[in-house]
Design a protein around this ligand. Structure first.
Ligand code: ADP
Ligand code: MG
Length: 252
């Protein structure tokens, strides 16, 4: 074997340690260090930062993927001028994740198309990017999953699974009626997360009509009680964004 230069040895070491980015940027950082007369420490910081940056990006990417968001719409994609009933500062405050520190809930209430899912998703993506374990699910699917778990005698572990997320987003409560057996499952989850974890809900149904959604008033009350005890309700009144173009065309 021919004798290696130190430079070659360094590359082999970095490759052995799987520090791909450091290998890739090695020449550039060495040149930069020489021309700017950087110290060894400064140069090494610069080189390691390349590795860290990519790992952080991958990490964020993985967290967002785990979140199972319906789309990757973020807050910058939201046109606040279209929905003046929304207090933009309040949404910005949610994005600081202060509500998660306090294990508080958020409820987005309003008719179809006003941006409830968009805002819930944007907050969820914001949380995932800050490494907060987050999961998005439609209420109907959540209940189906709990039902299936009960049939397969693994309800307890399923409930624990949904409780472990620091932020759970339960979308579309009220679009489909929920019978009392299913409501009990839903209640169990809400009760397990109560005061321990934050949950974001979206619904098109006023709270006084939740009796009809959950069909059993007592259960509906118990569920609402826990959801609303530490919650900020954001009521969105306005036009559907889905019909935006349609509405402008009409008024033209
Ligand atoms: P909801 O959940 O209230 O029924 P969505 O959040 O699904 O409504 O919004 C419907 C569609 O319109 C989505 O594609 C969403 O991204 C978009 N949308 C809604 N409101 C806005 C807004 N103010 N600015 C930009 N896009 C919006
Ligand atoms: Mg929606």
């Amino acid at each position: 074997m021919s004798k290696q230069t130190n430079y070659q040895q360094l590359i082999r070491n970095l490759e052995y340690l799987k520090l791909k980015q450091m290998v890739m940027h090695l020449d550039e950082v060495i040149d930069f260090g020489i021309s700017n007369q950087l110290s060894f420490i400064e140069t090494l910081i610069k080189l390691t930062n390349y590795e860290i940056d990519v790992r952080e990006q991958n990490m964020i990417h993985a967290m967002v993927k785990v979140g199972a968001f319906p789309h990757l719409k973020e807050i910058r994609d939201f046109d606040f001028s279209f929905q003046p009933s929304i207090n933009q500062q309040q949404i910005q405050d949610f994005l600081t994740l202060r509500f998660i520190e306090g294990n508080e809930n958020i409820v987005f209430l309003g008719p179809s198309g006003v941006g409830k899912t968009h805002l819930a998703t944007a907050i969820g993506i914001g949380a995932a990017k800050k490494r907060t374990s987050t999961y998005f699910i439609k209420s109907h699917e959540l209940i189906q999953n709990l039902k299936k778990a009960r049939l397969e005698n693994r309800l307890e572990s399923r409930l624990k699974h949904y409780t472990k997320y620091k932020l759970l987003i339960i979308d579309e409560i009220g679009y489909l009626p929920i019978d009392s057996e299913d409501a009990k499952l839903f209640f169990q989850l809400i009760d397990m997360r109560y005061e321990k974890r934050s949950t974001i809900f979206t619904t098109n149904v006023n709270f006084k009509s939740w009796d009809e959604v959950f069909q059993e008033p007592k259960l509906a009350n118990a569920i609402l009680d826990r959801i609303l005890h530490h919650a900020t309700v954001v009521t969105i009144m306005g036009d559907s964004y889905r019909l935006k173009d349609h509405l402008t065309k009409e008024s033209e």
